[in-house]
Design a protein around this ligand. Structure first.
Ligand SMILES: Cc1cc2nc3c(=O)[nH]c(=O)nc-3n(C[C@H](O)[C@H](O)[C@H](O)COP(=O)(O)OP(=O)(O)OC[C@H]3O[C@@H](n4cnc5c(N)ncnc54)[C@H](O)[C@@H]3O)c2cc1C
Length: 468
């Protein structure tokens, strides 16, 4: 096709994929729930090439679906099935770290850098890029920012949004918005970067970001703890937050989740027998080696045991054990996927409402879908709990989806009624547009549409995503 040959001139023929085998991985999402075939996958290697590609797509009337590591869980990085003619614009070749300034505690990375490579570059410079989650070895900086990813350390350092100082973005008309400054203070009008962070590629293509770094962690202590209930976990959370240490992760996991991890995980070792209904994985840190972190953790857990909030605990004795605990958490989504079909959610509530949320959901699930198997796991320290309802063994996905189709709206409604969100960290993509229509404030929706129309009047940037 002529237009795509034109693309080959712009970015090199090897970077214009049109063969169906080459396109196939870009035409399905991580969960296998969404499929949509682009006319081509385009892989520009520089910001100028991204701009060129975007302008050529505009001239051809082609829609653009930006793609990073394609680990998104909302179907955002695949074209809409039966949507308009589209290309996938993969950022994978924009993978340079442009600069690390250790005195400034900042780093400039291109959008296609894998998150883990940025963590490693920061560590190599004696700094910390603190965001952490299971897909960090594949997810890219552009995808991380476009979904405003969270992960296990949100309670300490915030979501991806909180780690950004500046952005470089190619707008839907091909212009390059260079706002890649690293200043901490800049009140010169609207902070435009925040439109593109969490924008899921609907307003433009992020090509690079100036990211905030932290001092390296000098001491870390990690524990895997058995707790009798979410209420007990909440009390424990209060204790560790008041302990004097920095709490950098506090995850709550139902036993069923740990059983799935034990069953399907490769090389996972459970630190405790799976005899408790709930478990907590927690991590504390200190930026100075002299802080008696181990003592603080042991004292805190000891007091929690006396109060009946903790029934058993294993503290990591080595880095390998610590990484082993986080491997259980990080490999869990894959273990759950292997276990069979499940309907998932991505809700958040105020931290203090987590026990009420879980009690309500457990009761409703047991009444409505007694044959289903509920799981709950999440970042309890920031109130983001992922509740899923797993099909009875042997039931296929479509049968289960049809039978329990009301499960997700129910969980969303309970979260919203408690002051929470139906979309905590995975974004809207294709999977939660119906929830936007049900729960998003109508005035907020109006403002979002005005912004979308102003920046992308022909609606070519990631159509069929986010906005209902
Ligand atoms: C095992 C597993 C565990 C996970 N755990 C977590 C977790 O704990 N917390 C969490 O928040 N998420 C989690 N996720 C979800 C996912 O990893 C994140 O949403 C991640 O940020 C997506 O990054 P990506 O590069 O894969 O983006 P993609 O999936 O490629 O894209 C996601 C969205 O961003 C858009 N996009 C991508 N790159 C750009 C760009 N450069 N410019 C503009 N738009 C762009 C896409 O169009 C799409 O809408 C998990 C996923 C998996 C598979």
């Amino acid at each position: 096709m002529d237009s795509l040959l034109g693309m080959a001139d712009a970015i090199g023929p090897a970077n214009v994929l049109t063969a169906s085998d080459d396109i196939a991985p870009y035409a399905v999402d991580w969960r296998g729930a969404y499929r949509g075939v682009p006319e081509a996958v385009l892989r520009p290697g520089t910001t100028a090439e991204v701009s060129e590609v975007v302008q050529r797509c505009a001239a051809e009337g082609l829609a653009i679906v930006p793609a990073g590591g394609r680990t998104g869980l909302s179907g955002g990085a695949v074209p809409q099935a039966n949507g308009p003619r589209s290309v996938v614009l993969s950022l994978e070749r924009l993978n340079r770290i442009r600069d690390i300034d250790i005195r400034d505690f900042s780093l400039v990375a291109e959008a296609g850098c894998v998150v883990q490579s940025v963590q490693q570059a920061a560590a190599g410079a004696g700094r910390l890029f603190p965001i952490q989650w299971g897909a960090q070895g594949t997810a890219q900086i552009g995808g991380m920012l476009s979904t405003n990813a969270g992960g296990i350390r949100t309670l300490k350092w915030g979501n991806a949004r909180d780690l950004v100082l500046g952005l470089e973005v190619v707008l839907p008309d091909g212009r390059i918005l260079d706002d890649l400054r690293r200043v901490r203070k800049d009140n010169s009008g609207y902070a435009l970067r925040h439109l593109f962070i969490g924008g899921e590629g609907t307003l433009g293509v992020i090509t690079a970001a100036a990211l905030r770094l932290q001092p390296a962690l000098k001491r870390v202590e990690t524990a895997f703890v058995a707790v009798p209930s979410p209420d007990a976990a909440l009390s424990l959370f209060g204790r560790v937050m008041e302990s004097g240490a920095d709490v950098i992760a506090f995850e709550l996991c139902q036993r069923f989740c740990m059983e799935m991890a034990a069953k399907h995980g490769v090389g996972l070792r459970m630190p405790l027998p799976l005899e408790s209904p709930w478990f907590v994985m927690l991590e504390m840190s200190a930026s100075h080696a002299s802080v008696p972190l181990r003592e603080i953790l042991e004292d805190t857990l000891g007091a929690a045991m006396e109060a009946g909030e903790v029934t058993d605990a294993a503290i990591a004795e080595s880095d390998a054990q610590r990484l082993g605990i986080w491997k259980i958490r990080e490999d869990y989504p894959e273990c759950s996927r292997k276990d069979g079909p499940a309907i998932g959610t991505d809700t958040s509530v105020p931290v203090s409402a987590v026990p009420t949320f879980l009690r309500t959901i457990e009761r409703e699930m047991a009444e409505r879908w007694p044959e289903g198997r509920m799981s709950a796991i999440g970042h309890a320290g920031d109130g983001n709990i992922h509740v899923s309802l797993h099909a009875p063994p042997g039931m296929d996905r479509s049968t289960w989806m049809a039978r329990a189709s009301e499960m997700e709206p129910l969980v969303n409604a309970v979260a919203v009624s408690l002051g929470g969100s139906f979309s905590a960290e995975h974004g809207i993509g294709q999977s939660k547009r119906h929830a936007m229509a049900s729960h998003k404030n109508p005035i907020a929706m109006d403002v979002m549409r005005v912004l979308k129309n102003a920046l992308d009047p022909s609606g070519r940037m990631n159509p069929g995503k986010m906005l209902p």
